[in-house]
Design a protein around this ligand. Structure first.
Ligand code: 13P
Length: 248
């Protein structure tokens, strides 16, 4: 079993002052709790990776991007490369979040190319997968996860360069979560599917995301094969995000 990773995805939220204040507060709590039994990561919007990373320099709180280009540089207006995120102090990057897959029509192949770009520049890729409500209702959850894992994890994945985040789309921002039994089923399936795709499936962290909050974190984080959380809304407030970590 690996150390749990509690990751916050701030999505398109926060001014510079708010983001620096939140990150600094979390780092201070992490230091006061040291040695904490978990790892913590915040993923601010690209505009705030630099000031947040600067504020967190020398602390145990890690910083990540929310997306990166599959390309290293060049004529890709509006995109951010993995090298740029690394240059600002990021250690991680989310790839294939369902909002990217929906809003920007990202395919599994593009997600895999982004993960490879992340690795080329020394970032850990947090590869996100998860079924829609219609897919769940049709009994396709495990099949969808298998397809996304097969298409989104490039060759060369290791337990060190890759984290998987299972986020059922219908649980994101809705306040609804799968039951602990459902999470257990999907995470066990993901663990099994990692065989042959990562060097060490048992050591690869598989996060759960989707309406994680302090009140349900203890139950969700206690589920077998759940190695942490990817938190959206509740990561925007220090007390809520810390409350989730404290439940681990
Ligand atoms: P919520 O925690 O707001 O449901 O968002 C989950 C998520 O999408 C994290 O990446």
């Amino acid at each position: 079993m690996s150390r749990k990773l509690i990751a916050g995805n701030w999505k398109m939220n926060m001014t510079r002052a708010e983001g620096v204040a939140l990150a600094s507060e979390l780092a201070a709590r992490l230091k006061a709790a040291s040695p904490a039994g978990f790892d913590m990561l915040v993923c601010p919007p690209a505009t705030l990776v630099a000031p947040v990373a600067d504020a967190l320099a020398g602390t145990a709180l890690a910083v990540g991007g929310q997306d990166c280009s599959a390309h290293d540089k060049g004529a890709h207006t509006g995109d951010t490369s993995a090298a740029m995120l690394k240059d600002l102090g990021a250690g991680f990057v989310l790839v294939g979040h369902s909002e990217r897959r929906t809003d920007h029509k990202e395919t599994d192949a593009e997600v895999a190319a982004k993960a490879e770009a992340a690795w080329r520049h020394g970032l850990v890729a947090v590869i996100c997968i998860g079924e829609t409500e219609a897919e769940r209702d049709a009994g396709k959850t495990l099949a969808v996860c298998s397809t996304q894992l097969a298409g989104s994890i490039p060759a060369g994945a290791t337990s060190a360069n890759t984290v998987i985040a299972y986020e059922p789309v219908w649980a994101i921002g809705t306040g609804r979560t799968p039951t602990a039994a459902d999470v257990a089923e999907v995470h066990a399936h993901i663990r099994k599917e990692l065989a042959g795709k990562v060097d060490n499936p048992a050591a690869t962290r598989v996060l759960y995301g989707g309406s994680v909050k302090p009140s349900n974190a203890a139950e969700l984080m206690a589920v077998a094969n759940v190695d942490g959380a990817l938190v959206g809304g509740a990561s925007l407030k220090a007390d809520d995000f810390w409350g989730i970590a404290a439940a681990v």
